[in-house]
Design a protein around this ligand. Structure first.
Ligand SMILES: Nc1ncnc2c1ncn2[C@@H]1O[C@H](COP(=O)(O)OP(=O)(O)O)[C@@H](O)[C@H]1O
Ligand SMILES: [Mg+2]
Length: 461
């Protein structure tokens, strides 16, 4: 203002008024150009995993850093608010948090490294390397929420994808860009099957999201199940069960974001997410922590909204772009058909493959229950002859299954029912078709040819 006063001495009052107005207008403009600094806040309450802050004004999804008594910063994300109070979920361990701790707002969207620099690497939900392979050198960053895609711009699923598994290639053919559920209880061969697909699938890049598994299982998958060759074209995102629910949820988004970055380069990506159930449970924990009322089996409504939001990001891209074919494992214990996540997944995915414990117990792997599984895109990706052969196979399986008890107690007599006789005679060969060693590959062509041969059909297309 002192120079304004100097002006006053030099100029008349009229001119002064003009000069003042001009200066005011210019300074206002400058204030509008610069984003208002976000006010800092204080930690006021902590219940379980939920932190309550006062003073910050961040939107849901916004990030902040909390000053701990250890002198470190703990990242946290806004998950809700009530009046002046903001609810946050921590990204890391809840250590060194004291009442009144300073909370600094951070730059908006979280970005993670994406693209080829990640191939062969294992990272966590924050995009940090876990494999001791040094820092990930790339300038390519993407926000984990993804970007909306016009559903009408998507290329429809029309081409089969060779996944190297005979039962899938032959009977439950997978299409490029399809999203499939893999429903199974624990210990029935999910991880082994996913591992076989990483080795044998005709995809350019494989992204594996290991969400909410035990640490031991994560290690086993990376070091025993993946082999050296497939690891070179694979990116693993690992978020074990002991990590915060926020990170378990983010792990699924991060894997999807990485898959999208390769799809946008025109590549064909296989995305394997193990498991969708743990992602949903992470979302459930967050919803419960901020007081959202549960709807079905403790899952609140927002959880069911998150599932389609996640799986809609996979699939085919625009014309000329690449694809994301995705498998989401869903924990289905016993015959619990009422599990709301199983129901919801079945509704939003383009098919499901069921692994059955009874089958695993007989020692036939992969323990795929063909009758209970369906690929909704099969008719669009295979020839009518192939579809017909698969239908015939299913028919023989179900005839046998309907009479299994009769056969088991020795009440089956040959000659009474020709259809059953055929199903019984064929059964060992059908079972042999479905069985596949963990190191064996069955190409799409071989799977189809063997199916036709088995059923005594001309080896057509
Ligand atoms: N294709 C296969 N061939 C032989 N054994 C298998 C096969 N798939 C699974 N198994 C057996 O089943 C066990 C459990 O498999 P796993 O994939 O770890 O189950 P899940 O991931 O569903 O808990 C394996 O340790 C292995 O003994
Ligand atoms: Mg497993």
């Amino acid at each position: 203002m002192s120079d304004v006063i100097a002006d006053l001495k030099q100029q008349g009052t009229q001119q002064l008024v003009h000069a003042l107005r001009d200066r005011l207008a210019r300074s206002q403009q400058r204030v509008e150009d610069v984003p208002a600094p976000q006010p800092e806040g204080r930690l006021s309450r902590m219940v379980g995993m939920t932190l309550e802050a006062e003073g910050i004004r961040l939107p849901v999804g916004g990030r902040a850093a909390i000053h701990t008594t250890n002198g470190t910063l703990l990242g946290a994300e806004v998950v809700g608010f009530q009046g002046e109070r903001t609810f946050l979920m921590p990204e890391g361990k809840l250590e060194g948090l004291a009442p009144g701790a300073r909370i600094e707002p951070l730059e908006q969207a979280r970005r993670i490294p994406v693209g080829p620099a990640l191939l062969g690497r294992v990272i966590d939900a924050l995009g940090k390397p876990l494999d001791g392979g040094g820092p990930i050198r790339t300038a390519e960053l993407a926000p984990i929420e993804g970007r909306p895609m016009n559903p009408l711009g998507r290329v429809p699923v029309t081409e089969p994808l060779d996944v190297g598994i005979r039962a899938l290639n032959g009977l439950l053919s997978v299409g490029r860009g399809q999203r499939i559920g893999l429903f199974a209880g624990s210990g029935v061969g999910k991880s082994v099957l996913l591992g076989m697909m990483t080795r044998h699938t005709a995809a350019d890049v494989i992204v594996v999201g290991l969400i909410g598994e035990r640490g031991r299982e994560v290690n086993e998958f990376i070091y025993d199940i993946l082999d050296e060759e497939s690891r070179q074209r694979t990116v693993v995102v690992a978020v074990p069960a002991d990590q915060s629910p926020l990170l378990r949820q983010h792990g699924a988004w991060v894997s999807t974001t990485i898959a999208e970055s390769f799809r946008d380069r025109g590549l064909n990506v296989l995305l394997l997410m193990d498991s969708l159930t743990r992602f949903a449970q992470g979302a459930r924990e967050i919803a419960m922590a901020i007081g959202e009322p549960p709807a079905t089996k403790g899952y609140s409504a927002s959880v069911f909204a998150r599932l389609p939001q996640l799986v809609e990001r996979a699939g085919n891209g625009d014309r000329g772009g690449g694809s994301i074919t995705a498998f989401y494992t869903v924990l289905a214990e016993g015959d619990d058909q009422n599990d709301p996540i199983v129901d919801s997944a079945r509704a939003i995915l383009d098919g499901h493959v069921v692994l059955a414990r009874e089958i695993a117990e007989t020692g036939r792997y992969p323990a795929i229950d063909v009758g209970a599984s369906v690929s909704r895109v099969m008719s669009a990706v295979v020839t009518p002859e192939h579809q017909k052969a698969a239908f015939r196979f299913r028919n023989l399986m179900s005839t046998y299954a309907r009479n299994r008890d009769l056969i088991a107690v020795g009440a089956y007599r040959k000659g009474a029912d020709p259809a059953l006789d055929e199903a019984v005679a064929m059964n060992p060969r059908l079972e042999a078709y479905l069985a596949q060693g963990r190191l064996d590959k069955a190409s799409f062509e071989d799977s189809r040819r063997q199916l036709f041969e088995l059923l005594g059909l001309a080896t057509g297309r």
